[in-house]
Write a protein that binds this ligand. Structure first.
Ligand SMILES: Nc1ncnc2c1ncn2[C@@H]1O[C@H](COP(=O)(O)OP(=O)(O)OP(=O)(O)O)[C@@H](O)[C@H]1O
Ligand SMILES: [Mg+2]
Length: 264
């Protein structure tokens, strides 16, 4: 019997963004029944992976597709804090790193939610070097088990550009959705990410061009510089065009634009 989670923060997305995620959900549902484990990834920090992953999972579960959201950002996960996730029974919350390192049972780490079709595995304790955990048999077996029990397994992962976790996880997934921050992520960086996915043998299912029209480079360096390395700098120009050019070898069936979410 799984524990039920309380998700304290449920931000209402603006209509245009809700619609964009809805289109993404529909596109994902056309990928076919072999595509179950889907990694939501980006090149750099702060491009909107967690926001896209959380809302895609919500919408998929809302459409009665059994879905689980797995927080695989074992280094610097913010999900529990941002969405104020706790256990309904008030007991200590356990998550992926507990399952992988402490031999906790899976039923102690999978949380059910108010959505009948939406479960989650949060990450509660960040770990300094998760590579061993992500390379372990226990992790690959977990993904197989989840894929056998859920129609969709959405994995929220760290950025590809700064740590190798994304490639490692991608190797075990059926595909990736690459979130790109509109007008900010440099073309060369996107190209590298696509090459990394290719190396990992992880098909690129789609590109989400997030925060179209938003500027703001300061935002990165200030918060993430010390964790992940330096910010790459702004680019100008047609990011969609850049992505098309960058995407030379992999076929990318879905592209989607989301606007800027108004400040709450
Ligand atoms: N379209 C958007 N409009 C406005 N704000 C956004 C948008 N997408 C993401 N954000 C905000 O940007 C911040 C970073 O988003 P998010 O945490 O989803 O990025 P991330 O790629 O998961 O970051 P990290 O690399 O740290 O895991 C959050 O505060 C989020 O609310
Ligand atoms: Mg994130």
């Amino acid at each position: 019997m799984n524990t039920r989670a309380i998700i304290g923060v449920n931000p209402q997305l603006p209509y245009s963004m809700e619609e964009a995620i809805n289109r993404l959900r529909i596109n994902v549902s056309f990928f076919g029944s072999d595509i179950r484990k889907i990694m939501i990834v980006s090149s750099e920090p702060n491009e909107g992976k967690s926001l896209v992953a959380m809302n895609l999972w919500r919408q998929m579960a809302g459409a009665q597709e059994q879905s689980i959201l797995v927080d695989v950002d074992l280094r610097k996960s913010m999900m529990v804090k941002t969405y104020q996730i706790s256990r309904e029974d008030g007991r200590e919350l356990w998550g992926l790193s507990h399952y992988l390192s402490d031999n906790k049972k899976i039923e102690d780490c999978v949380l059910t939610t108010e959505m009948e079709y939406g479960d989650m595995i949060p990450n509660v304790n960040n770990v300094v070097n998760p590579s061993m955990l992500l390379e372990s048999r226990r992790f690959s077996d977990l993904l197989e088990m989840l894929a056998a029990n859920y129609r969709y397994v959405f994995l929220d992962v760290p950025p590809l550009g700064l740590v190798s976790d994304g490639e490692r996880i991608g190797h075990l997934c059926d595909g990736a959705i690459l979130v790109v921050r509109g007008g900010v992520t440099p073309k060369s960086v996107i190209r590298n990410s696509i090459a990394q996915l290719e190396r990992a043998g992880c098909p690129l299912l789609g590109i989400v061009l997030n925060r179209v029209g938003a500027g703001g480079g300061k935002y990165y360096g200030k918060y993430y510089g010390k964790y992940y390395g330096k910010y790459y700098g702004n680019i100008t120009g047609d990011t969609m065009g850049n992505i098309r050019k960058a995407n030379t070898t992999q076929k990318c069936p879905v592209t989607m634009k989301t606007g800027n979410k108004p400040a709450s």
